[in-house]
Ligand binder design. Structure first.
Ligand code: ADP
Ligand code: MG
Length: 265
């Protein structure tokens, strides 16, 4: 092919790739066409490299879409987590959870601790790991979950809604205990937890020790029934450290008056 023909072919291949939405292949095209023309690569290896890049880009887009669909409040991973700041968290246990073996065994995880210690961060990170492993993950705030189930119940579609939450391979219930749950809400949560029991994994973050859940649910019997099913096959992580949110404030306090520096005006 003459240089001129090649230029024409290049433009048309690019057009076709772009029409087909194969942007990663289109991006690699100039490099691989020159490499083949110069005899540095053969056609098969160029095609293999370009199609591999496109497939990888497609996988990444799929994961990104599923991460967005999971409902995480923010997207952070274990790589973003500073374990040295929170020595009460056994890193080996978290690393083991990150292998996602607990999902295969339908085991639960309960993260207990005061605000800001990283409970939601770790729950999200395990969720992101599960999405990457192509598991179906649903993240929900406990109060929103109870509200949603009550709403479904009042509209006569509770069974369908329970199925939706029961179905996810991993359900993350965040902030149990921040708001009290009334009797109806406790009963709905119990139904959900029962449906998932020994079947699918649930991660719960809470600021209330499991033994005190009766205070959250206003009913010792339902609280015990929920706790019983959640804790039967469960990794319990009690985080006793300082709030990460207060970290910078504490550092400033150590530096001076604890107030941010004021401007000149
Ligand atoms: P909790 O759910 O326990 O109230 P979060 O997980 O929401 O706390 O943490 C509060 C904020 O601080 C989040 O932005 C989180 O990413 C960050 N954070 C908490 N602990 C750590 C840590 N050890 N390393 C890095 N970031 C952290
Ligand atoms: Mg939280």
């Amino acid at each position: 092919m003459s240089a001129r023909d090649e230029g024409g072919a290049y433009a048309r291949i690019r057009e076709n790739l772009s029409e087909l939405g194969l942007d990663a292949m289109a991006a690699g095209l100039p490099h691989w066409m020159s490499a083949v023309a110069a005899g540095e690569a053969d056609f098969a290896s160029a095609m293999l490299a370009m199609t591999s890049e496109e497939a990888e880009a497609k996988r990444r887009r799929g994961t990104d879409r599923k991460v967005r669909a999971a409902g995480f409040p923010f997207v952070k991973t274990l790589a973003d987590f500073d374990f040295s700041f929170q020595p009460s968290i056994p890193r080996a246990v978290v690393d083991d959870l990150a292998t996602l073996r607990f999902l295969d065994a339908a085991e639960n995880v309960v993260l207990v601790g005061s605000p800001g210690v990283g409970k939601t961060h770790i729950a999200v990170a395990l969720g992101v790991e599960a999405v990457r492993a192509r598991k179906e993950v649903r993240f929900t705030d406990c109060a929103a979950l109870v509200r949603d189930l009550k709403d479904a119940s009042s509209r006569g579609i509770l069974a369908k809604r329970l199925k939706y939450y029961a179905h996810a391979t991993l359900l993350i219930i965040d902030e149990l205990g921040y708001l009290d749950v009334d009797e109806e809400g406790a009963d709905l949560l119990f139904q959900l937890v029962s449906a998932r029991y020994e079947h699918r994994s649930t991660v719960i973050t809470t600021n209330v020790a499991v033994g005190l859940w009766a205070d959250v649910f206003g009913d010792a019997v339902t609280a015990a029934a929920i706790a019983d099913r959640v804790c039967h096959h469960c990794t319990m992580l009690k985080i006793t450290g300082r709030s990460y949110r207060m970290k910078d404030l504490l550092a400033e306090a150590a530096d001076g008056d604890g107030l941010p520096e004021r401007g000149q005006s």
